[in-house]
Write a protein that binds this ligand. Structure first.
Ligand SMILES: CC(C)(COP(=O)(O)OP(=O)(O)OC[C@H]1O[C@@H](n2cnc3c(N)ncnc32)[C@H](O)[C@@H]1OP(=O)(O)O)[C@@H](O)C(=O)NCCC(=O)NCCS
Length: 167
């Protein structure tokens, strides 16, 4: 049993809204994952993934949330908390946005809202694990006040572990 509050699932920033998954996100989520360049998952597979995310959230109280632009109303990616390589007590922050919207500060803006939401659950610390090659993501984390802790080696390469205390 977690002793932490459930994280809020509706977050708003100046330009963005983070909100719960809807069935209608499946096609866009599919397009987002296709940008990883490892093939296109079927929409059916994506529906299953969304259902799994919702099931995980029901038991953990933490979530990856779709990120939507306020003005355009479009789905541009996701941001939130996952157990990932860490723990429910000290989860990881995670984010992924469509290439067409990169470089406009959206990841940093969404992640700041998630940091606040993580603090509101009563947690003291978050982690992030990032491929050592991933300069944009490392830059986002630096802007958010994460500090490098250690590096691990996986089959896919070096993984940088960063951590940030929550106020
Ligand atoms: C990581 C990611 C979410 C960043 O999204 P974003 O909205 O472009 O991020 P921001 O605009 O908030 O910040 C990006 C920063 O990286 C910098 N940056 C971009 N490319 C860079 C590069 N090749 N080298 C160094 N810095 C770089 C930008 O200049 C910006 O920093 P600045 O504000 O100081 O100028 C996006 O690149 C992405 O979705 N990548 C694929 C998925 C992924 O890697 N997720 C993270 C897994 S740990």
């Amino acid at each position: 049993m977690s002793t932490y509050e459930t994280m809020p699932f509706h977050l708003e920033t100046e330009r963005l809204i983070l909100r719960p998954w809807a069935e209608s996100d499946a096609a866009e989520f599919c397009a987002l994952l296709s940008e990883r360049g490892k093939g296109t998952p079927t929409v059916e597979h994506i529906r299953t993934s969304i259902a799994e995310l919702l099931t995980a959230t029901a038991s953990t109280g933490i979530a990856l949330l779709p990120v939507q632009r306020r003005d355009e109303g479009d789905f541009i990616g996701y941001c939130g908390l996952i157990i990932g390589r860490s723990t429910l007590e000290e989860p990881e922050i995670a984010y992924e946005l469509f290439q067409r919207v990169h470089g406009r500060g959206y990841a940093t803006e969404a992640a700041r809202a998630v940091l606040d939401a993580a603090g509101a659950t009563g947690r003291n610390r978050l982690w992030a694990t990032v491929g050592a090659w991933n300069a944009p993501s490392l830059r986002v984390l630096e802007k958010l006040g994460f500090e490098r802790d250690h590096v691990s080696t996986e089959d896919s390469g070096e993984v940088v572990w960063l951590t940030r205390s929550l106020p």
